[in-house]
Write a protein that binds this ligand. Structure first.
Ligand code: SAM
Length: 271
């Protein structure tokens, strides 16, 4: 029987960062900024040949390629609920051999069989019951299989423009029962049943100012008309934020921020 873990709307459709072309463009910058920390994490985790690797919430496929290259898996599959992201992933010929399926990853079983490695980045912030989700995911691992979680623990900045953006995006997710800075919550949780936690590390990433501006501006443009935001923040303040972030993205305003990424590695124990 299929099992589903509740999200805000009872399905994967509560994802607030959108799946438009703009959202896909943002994920391209995200991919460049976080590529090294993710590659190092995956490469360091893999200690045996991987038959099947699965990228959970694969978006347009940037993380799926990192998973495929870092694990050298015989087969790599990306699962995502967004048809437009999946179409973009499938259309990109720079990723030959990768397979993508539409699937709400809060529902098990996955349509691919037991995995030797499951990887998830920037997804658990958008799901409302991470403990239950991880339990379900652990059940999709082959014996000895690895579950890698790569999520935001904090975004620190003392620049007022970036700090205001953080306030707005945290409000957007919070009003939808989602938690942007979910890393410490994940770090405190016990290992899912039939798994052991092999590692839990905090890795820092300091993106270039223009990249921060680009990521934040494209994200704000995607959801700034969401009522969760417009009920709280005035259009004057949001217009000013958009203009300020444009200045950061185009190098007219310098601002810095540091991300703390929580990277947790679980292994399914042999039974
Ligand atoms: C912030 S993006 C991260 C994409 C990619 N992992 C990365 O790090 O670039 C989150 C992705 O999760 C997908 N997503 C959200 N909820 C989902 C669900 N319940 N099932 C499958 N995919 C989901 C979204 O469509 C989106 O592609």
């Amino acid at each position: 029987m299929n099992e589903r873990v509740a999200t805000t709307s009872g399905s994967g459709s509560s994802y607030k960062f959108g799946d438009t072309d703009l959202a896909a463009t943002r994920l391209r910058t995200v991919a460049q900024v976080f590529e090294h920390s993710s590659r190092d994490f995956i490469t360091g985790a893999v200690d045996r040949p991987i038959g099947l690797a699965v990228d959970l919430g694969s978006g347009p496929g940037y993380t799926t390629r990192i998973v495929a290259e870092s694990t050298r898996a015989a087969n790599t599959v990306g699962l995502d609920s967004s048809p437009s992201f999946l179409a973009a992933a499938a259309a990109d010929t720079s990723r030959p051999g990768l397979v993508f399926h539409q699937h709400d990853v809060t529902i098990v079983p996955f349509p691919v069989g037991p995995a030797d490695l499951l990887y998830c980045r920037f997804l658990l912030s958008h799901l409302t019951d991470p403990d239950a989700v991880l339990t379900r995911w652990a059940g999709q691992l082959a014996d000895g299989g690895l579950l890698l979680i790569d999520e935001v623990e904090y975004v620190r900045t003392d620049h007022p423009v970036l700090a205001f953006y953080q306030q707005v995006v945290t409000t957007l997710l919070g009003r939808n029962n989602q938690l942007l800075e979910i890393g410490s919550t994940l770090a405190r949780m016990s290992a899912p049943p039939r798994t052991e936690r092999l590692e839990s590390a905090l890795v820092t990433v300091r993106p270039a100012a223009r990249d921060i501006g680009t990521m934040f501006l494209l994200n704000l443009s995607t959801w700034r008309r969401d009522t969760s935001i417009t009920e709280i923040f005035s259009s004057v303040d949001l217009d000013r934020l958009e203009a300020d972030l444009s200045d950061v993205a185009e190098g007219r305003l310098v601002a810095s921020a540091e991300w703390g990424m929580r990277q947790i590695l679980y292994r399914r124990v042999h039974e």
